[in-house]
Ligand binder design. Structure first.
Ligand SMILES: Cc1cc2nc3c(=O)[nH]c(=O)nc-3n(C[C@H](O)[C@H](O)[C@H](O)COP(=O)(O)O)c2cc1C
Ligand code: SF4
Length: 648
């Protein structure tokens, strides 16, 4: 009997039998959508999920119903008829693989951006949006009536193009902004009482339901926890539960999609797209209350991140279906693999590849699934001539290279200098703040074991040792080290691995802006040091994305370091630390600190390449990851995978 009896059971909604309870909830990809037009990559991406067995594929991020909300975040323009051919292709593709498909339909209200079109965003009131600080031009009553019609037009377009349904979204967007008394200061029939504040959302779903045929699914999406992450204003959860119940009671919606968190502030965002610092099934308790109170199927989203977690969520009656959105980014074959009892590539919930990049205005990738950026990795033909491949270095770049080369049929061995695999990812997992990296390392180790790839630990990794293995191809994934500079500097990695005790002043030079500097600072503070963080960036942890930066600040609260922004370390033999302001050139000196740890300032470690080629000039040698140029994990996994897959 399947351990996923609840998760893999079909459910019938409006006569449509959805093959399982697994949903990919709507999400933006940040991929190129000039003019809001749907790209081929976007179509293929959603079809791929259906091919992996997802029951209900919900598409796009904030797919806009009206040009007044089209100009931000590369949203898909549902209002644009030019999208119809791609919409048809997408629906046909999902259906061909046995899935159902619905699109999100949105107006972002004051969460949009005026920066692209330079026209004002349109919203409920003219109160500034807290995170993006946009001041909207309030929508008139007549415009609200027109907007409800725009939702209808978008839904009709989807229906014409063969879609199964559409989801009206309030979550962090215009409809939800109407509910929130901290935003909605209107004195007309859309402001004041809860009934008035709910009016626009109800009008939209009623209009869509009335205009669409009976077999078209109408969904509604909302947050159950606007005050998460310590936000003091926003609609209370009790009020949101009332709203959820009332929306379901309208009889106009077929699926109610609920989630925790919000996008009004970074702390709320950190809950909506919870990283490993947020417990699984984030809004499970509130969702359970809704599920018990309404008689439409409830979809729950928010860190339902593995088969067992999803099964337990459904078994406990917390929802009728579960969104497993990031889990499906990490492995679109998750439904098929769960059914077949195969190993699933885990979403490690670190967010830096997907939502983290989106909030930094970069297209999404996945830290553990390089095929999200490079889909060709899914169709690598087997080699016609297996060759001996030696991979030097068992960090994520080396392990991905080894896995992909072995998948092609090559005879692969891995050499690792340390006594364990994982490189800097392991450092993060074991000593840093990112334990979830270990799940990915365990996954890669299991994959290599299945593929019969041996890993030699405590290897010298010298040219003679490599050449003794008679390789035809060598992949160097030997990582990076601290660039040598004058002065008694130590690598922040070493401090994280083994923080020295002390009670003097410790300086952390954070050139990286990520987790490493703050992790080293916290480790030193725990050992008794009084810590100063100096960074050339304008703020602490400036490169950490919006969904996680809160956690860096929280973890450093106790350490309470002095932060000096906008400074760079000048070369100095010591013992003082001399800092130069990057804008004014002003000099500041910290006298003889007890320790100076440096995060960033890294240099590729790849001398072995020259040594190998000196001894064997015809050898095929590739350098990947930080060993090629220090960049970070997402680049390392992608480059390792692509290099392994490209060995002919
Ligand atoms: C990259 C990314 C983009 C997202 N964009 C949207 C969006 O545009 N609209 C929306 O309602 N939810 C969006 N979400 C939220 C997801 O639909 C989902 O609620 C969230 O990822 C939590 O579910 P999970 O833990 O299964 O990933 C996005 C999530 C991710 C990871
Ligand atoms: S980037 Fe990270 S959080 Fe996002 S889907 Fe991939 S593994 Fe999960």
């Amino acid at each position: 009997m399947s351990p996923y009896g609840h998760l893999l059971a079909p459910i019938t909604v409006r006569g449509k039998e959805i093959r399982n309870r697994i949903v990919s909830s709507p999400h933006a990809t940040g991929w190129e959508h000039p003019g809001g037009l749907i790209s081929d990559k976007e179509v293929d991406y959603h079809v791929r999920k259906a091919a992996g067995g997802v029951g209900l594929v919900m598409t796009f991020g904030s797919a806009s119903v009206d040009p007044t909300t089209a100009a931000s975040y590369g949203a898909i323009a549902l209002w644009n008829p030019a999208n119809e051919p791609q919409l048809r292709r997408l629906a046909d593709g999902v259906h061909a693989h046995g899935g159902f498909v619905m699109s999100q339909m949105t107006h972002m209200g004051h969460r949009g951006s005026s920066k692209v079109a330079l026209t004002p965003v349109r919203g409920v009131s003219d109160l500034p949006e807290p995170e993006h600080r946009e001041v909207a031009e309030p929508l008139t009553v007549a415009e609200l009536h027109t907007l409800a019609e725009r939702f209808v037009e978008a839904a009709l377009r989807l229906h014409r193009c063969g879609w199964d349904g559409a989801e009206v979204t309030s979550f962090a967007l215009l409809i939800e902004q109407f509910w929130d008394p901290a935003i909605n200061t209107r004195t007309d029939e859309y402001g004041g009482s809860l009934g008035n504040r709910m009016r626009f959302g109800k009008e939209v779903v009623a209009a869509v339901r009335a205009a669409l045929p009976d077999d078209f699914l109408v969904g509604f999406r909302m947050s159950l926890d606007q005050r998460s992450g310590g936000r003091r204003i926003g609609t209370s959860t009790d009020e949101l539960l009332t709203i959820a119940t009332e929306m379901a009671a309208t009889g106009d919606i077929d699926l109610l999609s609920v989630t925790g968190g919000d996008a009004m502030t970074r702390p709320a965002l950190s809950v909506a797209m919870g990283s490993e610092f947020v417990p699984p099934v984030t809004a499970g308790d509130a969702a359970a209350r809704v599920t018990a109170a309404v008689d439409v199927p409830v979809i729950l989203a928010g860190r339902v991140n593995s088969g067992p977690v999803a099964e337990a969520t459904l078994a406990a009656g917390k929802a009728d279906l579960v969104a497993m959105t990031r889990a499906l980014i990490a492995d679109p074959d998750l439904p098929r693999k769960l059914a077949a009892g195969e190993r699933v590539r885990p979403c490690i919930g670190i967010n830096q590849g997907c939502i983290g990049r989106l909030y930094q205005h970069f297209p999404i990738v996945c830290s553990v699934n390089p095929a999200i950026r490079d889909p060709q990795l899914e169709h690598v033909p087997p080699t016609t001539r297996p060759r001996r491949v030696v991979v030097v270095g068992a960090g994520v770049a080396g392990l991905e290279a080894a896995r992909n080369a072995a998948l092609k049929g090559h005879d692969v061995v891995v050499l690792e200098r340390a006594a364990h695999l994982g490189g800097r990812a392991r450092l993060n997992a074991v000593h840093g703040w990112r334990p979830a990296w270990q799940q990915y390392l365990d996954h890669l180790a299991a994959e290599l074991a299945d593929l019969g790839v041996p890993i030699t630990f405590d290897a010298a990794g010298t040219a003679p040792e490599v050449l003794a293995l008679a390789p035809e191809t060598v992949v160097l994934a030997t990582g990076s080290r601290l660039r040598s500079m004058p002065g008694p500097l130590v690598d922040a990695d070493e401090v994280i691995a083994a923080p020295p005790p002390g009670d003097g002043v410790a300086v952390v030079i954070d050139d990286d802006g990520g987790f490493v500097g703050p992790t080293a600072a916290a480790a030193l503070a725990e050992q008794g040091w009084s810590v100063t963080i100096a960074t050339p960036l304008p703020a602490l942890a400036a490169e950490v994305d919006a969904t996680q930066v809160r956690f860096v600040h929280e973890r450093l609260l106790k350490a309470s370091p002095t932060v000096i922004p906008d400074v760079r370390l000048l070369p100095d033999p010591g013992p003082d630390v001399v800092l130069e302001h990057v804008l004014t050139g002003a000099i500041r000196t910290i006298t003889a600190p007890g320790i100076v740890a440096v995060a960033g300032h890294r240099q590729a470690e790849n001398a072995l390449r020259g040594e190998l080629l000196a001894a064997a000039p015809a050898l095929d040698v590739h350098v990947v990851g930080d060993a090629r140029a220090p960049r970070g994990f997402d680049a390392a996994t992608a480059e390792g995978a692509l290099t392994g897959a490209a060995i002919p």
